[in-house]
Design a protein around this ligand. Structure first.
Ligand code: ADP
Length: 165
């Protein structure tokens, strides 16, 4: 393959926190793309458990030996940020019909804004079908063991956060 062909997936989301579901999507995307840029939106409305910097550090900790994964924070329109990072595609994960509706709407809107930027969907692996950051936060806050659902650095960070409360 010529050097000039370099594929970059831009993977936007909240990642509050990174779960094994996200991790699995990133690992599988590395088989399809040369690079994956994990992108955290600064202007999200949701109330976050971890700050952007904490979330960024957690993703970095999980991929410290993988130079093809980078983590960025972006503000404003996602398609503009994707363009600025030379993305060849936007990457999103799908868990089921519940995700499909909103993802379809978002991808269609993004296609209007940036027709040359393709959105690529990856189906979740069945073991991560029920895993969401929201549920992980909720179960962890109630004292449940979420270690099978998140990478170890995230598990530790969640335990520390909850112990402090
Ligand atoms: P957002 O707030 O944009 O939904 P999330 O951090 O919740 O951001 O998710 C980012 C992306 O990862 C979304 O495309 C979401 O569908 C996907 N995703 C989240 N959890 C999983 C999972 N368990 N399996 C596959 N994809 C997932």
């Amino acid at each position: 393959m010529p050097d000039a062909i370099h594929t970059i997936a831009f993977y936007p989301g909240s990642f509050d926190p990174l779960t094994n579901g996200h991790l699995n999507i990133i690992q599988r995307a590395l088989r399809v793309f040369d690079q994956v840029v994990v992108a955290m939106a600064q202007n999200m409305n949701k109330r976050a458990m971890f700050t952007l910097e904490e979330r960024q550090a957690l993703v970095k900790a999980c991929f410290d030996d993988e130079p093809r994964v980078s983590v960025v924070i972006f503000d404003g329109l996602m398609v503009e940020a994707a363009r600025a990072h030379h993305a060849t595609a936007v990457l999103r994960g799908l868990r089921g019909v519940a995700d499909f509706e909103t993802e379809f709407q978002m991808a269609t809107m993004n296609n209007v804004l940036a027709p040359s930027l393709e959105t690529v969907f990856m189906m979740t692996e069945k073991s991560h079908f029920f895993v969401s950051s929201h549920l992980v936060r909720e179960v962890a806050s109630l004292g449940g063991d979420i270690s099978p659902l998140v990478p170890e650095p995230v598990n530790q960070a969640l335990r520390e956060r909850i112990a402090r409360k």
